[in-house]
Write a protein that binds this ligand. Sequence first.
Ligand SMILES: [Zn+2]
Length: 396
Amino acid sequence: MSRCRTYRYLLQPTSRQLTGLERLCLGQCELYNAALEERRGAWAWERRSVSYVDQCRTLTETREVRPDLFDCGLTVCRGTLMRLEWAFAAFYRRCRSGETPGYPRFKAASRFDSVQWEDTKGWGLETEAKRLRLMGIGSVKLRMHRPLRGTPKAITVSRQGHRWWVSIRCAEVPAQPLPATGQSVGIDLGVCALVATSDGELVSEGRFAKKAKDRLAGVQRALATKHRGSMHRRRACEAVGRAHRKVTNKRKDLAHQLSRRLVNEHDLIVLEALKVPQMSRRPKPRPNAKGGFDRNGARAKAGLNRSIADAGWGMLRSMLVYKAEDAGRELIAVDPRHTSTRCAACGHTESENRVSQAVFQCRGCGHQDHADVNAARNILRAGRAQRASARAGSRN
Ligand SMILES: [Zn+2]
């Protein structure tokens, strides 16, 4: 089976290469806006739609007028047109599904932070020398903190604050199966902890998160006092960006370590099939006869929303999925209904069983446990049952 994986490395450009990269981004931003203008104009004046292929064809003419945009090759220009194509595709898709999306926008140069090469021309990777050759830029040093596997097919170079990164998309990445351990685990997205496992383990975000969030709030307050367009404001903006990245990186690090450990130690991993976007939706306002509003649980849900977003559950989930696939582990998603109110010892299901957010006490048999751990055990049981019935089904 052919798998695709993306590897992201830090670029260490020289000051000259840095100037080149910045100029490249600036030029591609211009191209993006010009291509968007072409599409808008063609539709507004002639009711004619312009496609990605049409725009690629006119690139050769553009080259005669603006040769400076092509210093880094044609591929990167096509990549920018492709990005516009994706923006339009997303716009049309959302239109068709009855949403009211915003029309693709012009981009400010300061926000245009990435360029992409969608095929293998115009760049080359020297894994041994740890360098990335970019046409028109030069051979840029890479910090390859981990080896790359598979065949590189496309790259994206992006800027984040003062740092530059390359994401290398590889195909045909070989699997790395792990030896069987005979263990299985159920995982519950905890209300109290970040995650609870059926082994009785509770993983929480730790104190770093609180600290990082306090810091973020502090720099955001500082930003609000700065005058627009001032140097102080720009610095404050950068500080906010740094604080945001710090929170994200910490969370990502935790998710990576946790998913790695869970996949290494278990053959079967059972998750709840939870739809995060639906759960995060804002509750509808409830107008009452007196012209005011009844309680709709928005305040309570805001807390829940925050903890869902905080947990980075989606991130952990996708990491579990691809790590399990690489390692040849089995991953099952089960319907989470009743898992928080059912007793893992006797099966008695009643909402009163959950005494508080943290405490579970069965009203049938008196079994007592941490509420999230109890849910994780139910999830594991449901996963085993689902697997057994699937196997029985395939045998018949
Ligand atoms: Zn019980």
